[in-house]
Design a protein around this ligand. Structure first.
Ligand SMILES: Cc1ncc(C[n+]2csc(CCOP(=O)(O)OP(=O)(O)O)c2C)c(N)n1
Length: 648
């Protein structure tokens, strides 16, 4: 690792290091970050940019008694290295290894691990209130990026924090970026400061003032404040924070360790709510990251540490197909607009944004606002496509329910990273969408299983003129197109026994898991049971054809990569029962628990979702029910009513 880092087993060790040793430590930490993430993948740019700031935080504050809360937590690798976990760094994001976010199980220095943005200030507010109630006066520190600061929760928390005198220290790590440059009025305000020619001079003045100032709390803050007040209105965003009632220190050069330490000591001594504004550079110290135009290596799946070149990706991604098809749709329809919550590249919208810059909106890390703003766009006669990771839509459930669905507005939600996502851990699995969204009246959910169905279903979704639609797909590479034997209503038959055999088990495959279900079906047939596999293209509402297929089977099994409780399978079972059908039903899905991080295959295995698990469970269940009945004489066994397309 490096001779200085080797000596750091806890933050206390940092306080004994000389200035030279601290500089060496920063270099060693950067080297570990690059070498590790090159192999394991993970968040590189944000961690390279926060090295000095993290060292300063741990020298000034007494963690864990004085909690340091990292918003999102993707930038906490340095914190891990300084809190006794350097030796485990090679296991980062691997099953059984270090988490890619803070983890309470790993260390008492880790307080929060939710990893959905813009929450740290609220946690800090609550912790500070708790300490006040308990009669303890200890500072609580929230480290928040300028990207996360675009999220509404931050401002709700600031509103409370500013109105009290509790010692909450908000460290703004301002690198001007979320994944890509942070957008919006706040971002422009902060960027204006950085772009002014006088910025260096401001840094110099502030540094000088801080350097001469011992830590004496409020009186000195006031004096210092007086020094800076003259430049405030021209160059600094402090007015904005101070208008809220918050004290402001900065801007501080976030790579100048003595300067940050001084600012943090002042903030600590002040004793009330305060903002410390640090200006940092994402990717700092590693040229391939610093020079990466797209996102300064915000997140990488692995790369060559010497050149910084990404490892070649395996296979075509769902994201790319979506991005291509949306551009094609955009060429044909000028009413189609797109929205991203600070994730233009990762959600595949970049091509659309380049082609139609006036029809693509990056609203910041603000999923709730994104959804209600989409409702406004729909009221205005447009068809918005909200591209979002499945897990982050959880944030905006109420907005989808009340602001969009209640008004029957035509908004299409495209949920990427649905199902098990693996290495990013429990918070990033997109396993709740199918269950949550099943409760929304009038919402239609499409689950494409391959490239051809993704393109078709996206087009069908944006063609819907009343009520919201969802198209959801996973992170794993898109597989080969699956052959369809026939289509009944809107349900594709992917496999069935020969015409004379009865059907022991009907397996309903939800979306991209269909390929695994087909593999599992082979094993079920080898065990002596006949299988029909069907895949509804629209999985909610339940297609009436499922009922007719169920009538021909001795057992119905549903398979989905979302939580089994309340998921598509449970809706199918309920619909069959409501229709008076007493065919036994079983649901395979993800158990309701948080899944540990690891690669996708291992996490799926831990959730009982491998091909082998699916096959074994179907065989076990098939053994418990009487064999399948005779197949009806008609081609599909459908009544006229059941044959109706549920979307019409
Ligand atoms: C609610 C939510 N939406 C989206 C994300 C995905 N995400 C992770 S980090 C990030 C950018 C964070 O930017 P910033 O807070 O400025 O931190 P930086 O990476 O620049 O240090 C985003 C959008 C998230 N974690 N949570």
């Amino acid at each position: 690792m490096g001779p200085v880092l080797d000596r750091v087993t806890s933050p206390a060790d940092l306080r004994t290091l000389s200035a030279d040793e601290l500089a060496t430590l920063a270099a060693e930490v950067r080297d570990v970050l690059v070498q590790t993430v090159a192999r394991t993948g993970g968040h590189l740019g944000p961690n390279l940019g926060i090295v000095e700031l993290t060292i300063a935080l741990h020298r000034v504050f007494d963690s864990p008694a004085e909690p340091i809360l990292f918003d999102v937590g993707h930038q906490a690798y340095v914190h891990k290295l300084l809190t006794g976990r350097a030796a485990q760094m090679p296991t980062l994001r691997q099953g059984g290894g270090l988490s890619g976010y803070p983890s309470r199980a790993e260390s008492t220095h880790d307080w929060i691990e939710n990893s959905h943005a813009s929450t740290a200030l609220s946690y800090a507010d609550g912790l500070a209130k708790a300490y006040a109630v308990r009669g303890e006066r200890r500072p609580v520190i929230a480290v928040v990026g300028d990207g996360a600061l675009t999220g509404g929760m931050c401002w709700e928390a600031l509103n409370n924090i500013a109105a009290a005198d509790r010692p909450v220290i908000i460290v703004v790590n301002d690198n001007g970026r979320s994944y890509s440059p942070t957008t919006g009025g706040l971002a422009e305000h902060l960027a204006g400061l950085r772009l002014r020619p006088g910025y260096e001079r401001v840094l110099g003045q502030v540094k000088g003032a801080l350097g001469r100032t011992p830590v004496l709390g409020q009186p000195l803050y006031d004096a210092l404040h007086g020094v800076k007040r003259g430049i405030k209105d021209v160059l600094s965003p402090q007015g904005m924070f101070e208008d809220l009632g918050l004290k402001y220190f900065g801007p501080v050069d976030g790579h100048d360790l003595p300067a940050i330490e001084n600012a943090l000591r002042l903030a600590r001594g002040f004793g009330g709510p305060v903002i410390v504004h640090c200006v940092t550079r994402k990717g700092y110290g590693y040229p391939p990251a610093e020079n990466d135009e797209a996102d300064q290596m915000h997140q990488s799946t692995g790369f060559d540490p010497v050149t910084g070149l990404a490892r070649p990706s395996t296979g075509k991604s769902w994201t790319k197909v979506f991005g291509e098809e949306l551009v094609a749709i955009g060429e044909e329809r000028d009413d189609v607009v797109a929205i991203t919550a600070a994730m233009c590249n990762p959600t595949g919208l970049a091509a659309f944004a380049r082609r139609f810059p006036d029809r693509c909106y990056d609203v910041g890390i603000a999923e709730q606002h994104a959804v209600t703003s989409a409702a406004g766009l729909a009221f205005g006669g447009l068809h918005p496509v909200v591209a979002i990771y499945a897990t982050f839509l959880n944030r905006a459930f109420d907005q989808l329910l009340m602001d969009v669905a209640l008004h029957e507005l035509p908004v299409t939600f495209v949920l990427d990273r649905a199902g098990v996502t693996g290495n990013d851990g429990p918070s990033h699995n997109g396993m709740w969408d199918l269950a949550l969204l099943g409760m929304v009246p009038g919402l239609r959910i499409a689950a494409p299983r391959d490239e051809v169905t993704l393109r078709e279903l996206l087009r069908e979704a944006v063609a819907v003129s009343a009520g919201p639609t969802v198209v959801r797909y996973p992170k794993t590479p898109i597989g080969a197109d699956l052959a369809v034997l026939r289509r009944v209503s809107d349900v594709d038959v992917l496999r069935e026994p020969d015409a004379t055999a009865s059907v022991d088990v009907l397996v309903v495959a939800v979306g991209s898991i269909a390929a695994d279900v087909l593999d599992a079906a082979g094993a079920v047939e080898s065990a002596g049971y006949t299988v029909r596999v069907v895949a509804p293209r629209w999985v909610t509402p339940v297609d009436p054809a499922i009922g007719a297929f169920a009538d021909q089977a001795a057992l119905v099994v549903t398979v989905e990569d979302g939580v089994a409780t309340g998921g598509v399978g449970s809706r199918i079972s309920q619909t069959l029962r409501d229709g008076g059908r007493d065919v036994p039903t079983r649901e395979i899905g993800i158990p309701v628990r948080f899944l540990e991080h690891g690669n996708v295959a291992d996490v799926r295995a831990s959730a009982g979702l491998t091909v082998q698990d699916i096959g074994r469970r179907i065989v076990e269940w098939s053994a418990t029910v009487p064999p399948g009945g005779e197949r009806p004489a008609t081609a599909d066994g459908l009544t006229e009513a059941e044959d109706a397309d549920p979307r019409r």
